[in-house]
Design a protein around this ligand. Sequence first.
Ligand SMILES: C[S@@+](CC[C@H](N)C(=O)[O-])C[C@H]1O[C@@H](n2cnc3c(N)ncnc32)[C@H](O)[C@@H]1O
Length: 320
Amino acid sequence: MSLTAEQTIEALRAAGEPTRLRILALLAGEELSVMELSRVLDQSQPRVSRHLKLMTDAGLIERFPDGARVFYRVSHDVDARRLTDTVLDLLDDAEGEADHARLDAVRDERATAAAAYFETVAPSWDRIRSLYVSESAVESAIARAAGPGPFDRVVDLGTGSGRMLTLLGSKARMSIGLDLSQNMLNIARANVVKAGLDKVELRHGDIFATRLPNQSADLVLVHQVLHYLVDPAAAVAEAARLVSPGGKLLIVDFAPHDLEQLRDEHQHRRLGFADEEIGRWLAEAGLDASASIALPPDTAGLTVTIWTATRPAIAKRSVA
Ligand SMILES: C[S@@+](CC[C@H](N)C(=O)[O-])C[C@H]1O[C@@H](n2cnc3c(N)ncnc32)[C@H](O)[C@@H]1O
């Protein structure tokens, strides 16, 4: 389906203003909150919100609330996205350079705060993790979703204290745990030794650029990591890139919630994820997603969701 003339005119009108063009160029790269946009543009939040509303009404961008914050991203409607890309293609790249530099600074600030948090909480991470989830139920469900194995190579992205490796490592011929925090990796190292696992490599690395080969793991895990990240969609794409044909990606994170204090106290950027959002990222990465599994808390706490997706196996050629 294409846009009508009226829709096209409305969308072009909405984009046809300097600040709104800047916003579109920023959102074309990643989802951003009103607060982040207002810092990058150096304009007040109400002013930025007015621009955002106009572009949302015109179908160029989408609004999604996350707890008390509101995030925006470019529309995933194919025609609206094509129109945005066409408009942005015409712009001289130099126009947006200053905005992108300021966005990098805002991202770096966040990433540094999150990294400092993990370096500090590493020794108590196993206790903190259990504050908001009923761990045993979640872990049995993860083990069931992963399947019986054996796996050739398990990759755990944002491995933290290595809990996923000790849970599933005995079913793997070899496993890799990757994390940005050296303190977390030290604790993971001690935990895998304690669990008697010897074919485990712990590597310092970034989930956005793992430097692991394409399609090289038959089980990839991203457990309780996405909600800290500045660009969760990019992390899902990178995780999916590692999944071998017939292999599986397991993403475990919170369902949408409203515990705002987790942002300040525990550096969460997103308050959970909706099925529709994760499902879209998985489909864009070329994986087939299964129905998600929601695990409500026993008493107080948060609902944890497991999203499973597989890379279709390469069809065997029939012999004539
Ligand atoms: C909440 S902990 C979860 C750890 C583990 N998956 C678990 O469930 O126990 C999140 C981990 O992600 C790591 N992390 C955050 N950003 C990362 C990034 N960009 N690349 C790799 N690891 C990252 C943190 O250092 C931390 O160890």
